[in-house]
Design a protein around this ligand. Structure first.
Ligand SMILES: Nc1ncnc2c1ncn2[C@@H]1O[C@H](COP(=O)(O)OP(=O)(O)OP(=O)(O)O)[C@@H](O)[C@H]1O
Length: 290
């Protein structure tokens, strides 16, 4: 049991995760440099930026794969604040309620689609078994918990349009279906925050539209906040409520998709102009604003 940190700040009610002054150094390389932003409840937040901007490193800090060099990551789950930088990765997923997917699909290819969704519910099932053979044999609450797990898995297969492929090995599914199955697997852990690393990579336009619909339904029906890294700007602009832009490890702007798309700093970063030119563009913006 993890004890609630006494020094965790109280977040505004609409903020689920507050990232403050996050910095991650690898030797002499500053991969993430003093980055701060909020992820609000019930919103889809996109983390964008050119290759090497530090997006995956931010994800790895939030999900506990890396311990940040500096910074505070506060997540409020049902009124209980957690300081993620102090937790191990399994505590971040189980106690704070953060689930993630990776750039490369990490399903159990030899297991069926249904089994993949049951594996995700391993922790509550083990708890219901009381960690004993008697529990697994159906004495106590295990049988009920197992039925609930199967029901939840089937419900998710329905939602992602794979009910008729429940018994097929995950590896036999088309790529887009595997992507959605991976998201369903993460959702079977009932997260408050779902982190997706390039979910639209390699999808065709129809699969991409299915993904957008799924993410929108997660936002509206499950109430989970989504934080996604995405290079596909059509996906970002279509489904995000809030966009955070990184470049060379620094946050260069964040806001609504429309304002971010028109921001000259973002355009400059994506066009790959030289540092001096970006500074010139920044000066221009400041002059225009004043
Ligand atoms: N474990 C590590 N050790 C050393 N350097 C790392 C490590 N992880 C990331 N980096 C470096 O940190 C910088 C940011 O990398 P990161 O993968 O976070 O960028 P990204 O924005 O996710 O890029 P991409 O869009 O290409 O996936 C890069 O220069 C990368 O080489």
């Amino acid at each position: 049991m993890t004890v609630k940190p006494l020094d965790a700040p109280t977040l505004p009610p609409d903020v689920l995760l507050r990232v403050e002054r996050l910095t991650m150094r690898f030797g002499g390389l500053v991969a993430v440099d003093d980055v701060s932003f909020d992820v609000r409840r019930g919103e889809i937040t996109a983390l964008i930026g050119p290759n090497g901007a530090g997006k995956t490193t931010v994800f790895n800090c939030i999900t506990g794969f890396y311990k940040p060099t500096v910074g505070r990551l506060t997540l409020d789950r049902d009124g209980r604040p957690w300081l993620l930088e102090r937790l191990r990765d399994h505590q971040i997923s189980r106690e704070a309620g953060v689930a993630r997917t990776f750039q490369n699909i990490r399903l159990f290819g030899g297991m069926t689609a249904l089994e993949n969704l049951l594996v995700a519910q391993h922790a509550p099932l083990m708890k219901a078994s009381g960690m004993t053979v008697l529990g697994v044999l159906g004495v106590g609450g295990f049988g009920k918990a197992e039925r609930a797990a199967i029901e939840k898995a089937r419900r998710w297969l329905e939602r992602i349009g794979l009910a008729d492929r429940a018994d097929d090995p995950a590896a036999d599914l088309p790529y887009g279906d595997q992507r959605r199955l991976e998201i369903a697997r993460a959702m079977c852990t009932d997260p408050v925050l779902l982190c997706l690393d390039e979910p639209a990579a390699g999808l065709n336009p129809r699969e991409s539209a299915d993904l957008n619909a799924l993410l929108r339904s997660i936002r509206s029906e499950d109430g989970a906040a989504v934080l996604l890294i995405e290079h596909d700007m059509s996906v970002v602009m279509e489904i995000s409520d809030h966009v955070v832009v990184l470049d060379y490890g620094r946050l260069i702007c964040d806001g609504a998709p429309k304002s971010v798309r028109e921001d000259p700093r973002v355009i400059a970063a994506y066009l790959g102009v030289e540092d001096e030119e970006v500074s010139a563009v920044e000066r221009e913006i400041e002059e225009t604003a004043s």
